[in-house]
Design a binder for this molecule. Structure first.
Ligand code: XMP
Length: 372
């Protein structure tokens, strides 16, 4: 049956009103489709009782807070930006393990919500969790920062507020339909998803301020360059360039293979795996790259990247990630012309801290869309 936004709103409104009663309710808007739609829905149903806040965690995209406030001003008036970047950055700096980073971010995020809830006099928050979030978390693929109840976390005793999730049964395409219906601009409703922990999970491996700034700038370069291609998701990741050439794997795939110290997440069977990033160098066509991914995924390798451009100096590797997907549970990598990748790489390498630019050629599975 096709999704009908108007009936959905009719059905969810009395439930929302009953849960919230006469209280105020906080909603954290990340600028992503889900949380922004949840906020627009809440505002439509509950009006002034809703306190919409955007927490600047320091891991937002370039100019994100200001542009989201501008894009949503008709549908979510009074969006408040709370700058907590120093708290997040100082607590996350130095962490390296993907799960630890996600868990720490989640704790900081909800501690912040808890203090904001006190500040705004409420014990309730609305959250834009959608079906895929809890399906994958329950499957053990990752710890979504926003899935709490499904993980058995009692938010009331841990942080002093209850969570309402009006979009929990919807899939991404349904959320987009609802967003359009609610009058959100296409810049939001058609926007590519952006993960709750933000750029944190795209600064792959150890979190460092300089590395984060490189990530933020390069992510903007990649978004600008690929925005017109109709991709489901496209972004940049940054990791430390330390790597070793692997003779045995090079011989096996017939191209130069380097294995990085940096690790990234993948999916094996139905569970999440954590392995290394590898790069391949050479004149490789699409079929050859697919075979290489298959061959290397037998090892402790979760993401395979094709080397676009390199030089002798610099300490960071920048990976370009681009995927096509319907449901975000599986994803394919489109072929992007070498010349196009090269011109993006040239733009990225204007930054002297970047040693090389790579293009991630791994589908999901065996990789995940994000690298952590
Ligand atoms: P993965 O990397 O698991 O990503 O293949 C699937 C989709 O989920 C997004 N994603 C997240 N979204 N909180 C979110 O709100 C998270 O912690 C998170 N992790 C991944 C990812 O961007 C992709 O769209």
């Amino acid at each position: 049956m096709s999704f009908n936004p108007s009936s959905f709103i009719d059905e969810i409104s009395p439930q929302l009103r009953e849960k919230v009663g006469n209280s105020r309710v906080l909603i954290a808007v990340s600028g992503g489709v889900d949380s922004t739609t949840a906020a627009a829905l809440a505002y439509k149903v509950l009006g002034e009782k809703v306190v919409p806040v955007m927490i600047d965690t320091g891991f937002l995209r370039e100019n994100e807070a200001i542009s989201v406030k501008e894009m949503t001003k008709e549908v979510i008036p009074n969006l408040v930006i709370e700058d907590k970047s120093e708290v997040f950055l100082s607590s996350l700096e130095g962490l390296e393990d993907a799960e630890q980073k996600r868990k720490k971010f989640r704790d900081l995020f909800y501690e912040t919500i808890s203090s904001l809830a006190r500040k705004y006099g409420t014990k309730m928050m609305i959250q834009g969790t959608i079906a895929a979030d809890w399906v994958e978390t329950q499957g053990g693929i990752k710890t979504q920062h926003n899935v709490l109840v499904q993980l058995g976390i009692n938010t009331e005793s841990t942080w002093g507020f209850t969570v309402i999730e009006p979009l929990a049964d919807l899939y991404k395409n349904e959320v987009r339909e609802l967003a359009r219906y609610l009058g959100l601009p296409p810049e939001i409703s058609e926007r590519q998803p952006f993960p709750g922990p933000g750029l944190l999970i795209r600064v792959v491996g150890e979190v460092k301020r300089e590395k984060l700034n490189v990530e933020r700038r390069m992510n903007a370069v990649v978004e600008r360059a690929l925005s017109k291609k109709g991709l489901s998701q496209y972004f940049a990741v940054v990791f430390d360039s330390d790597s070793k050439q692997d003779e045995q794997k090079s011989a096996e795939v017939g191209a130069r293979v380097k294995v990085y110290k940096a690790r990234a997440t993948g999916v094996k069977g139905d569970v999440r795996s954590y392995g290394h990033i590898a790069s391949v160098e050479g004149d490789l066509n699409y079929d050859k790259l697919r075979q290489t991914v298959m061959a290397l995924s037998k090892y402790d390798i979760t993401h395979v990247m094709y080397l676009v451009k390199q030089r002798d100096h610099g300490k960071y590797s920048v990976g370009i990630r681009a995927v096509h997907t319907d449901d975000f549970m599986t994803a394919d990598v489109p072929m992007i012309e070498h010349g196009e990748l090269l011109s993006i790489a040239e733009e990225i390498m204007k930054d002297q801290s970047v040693k090389e630019v790579l293009f991630d050629v791994t589908s999901k599975p065996p990789a995940t869309i994000e690298l952590e």
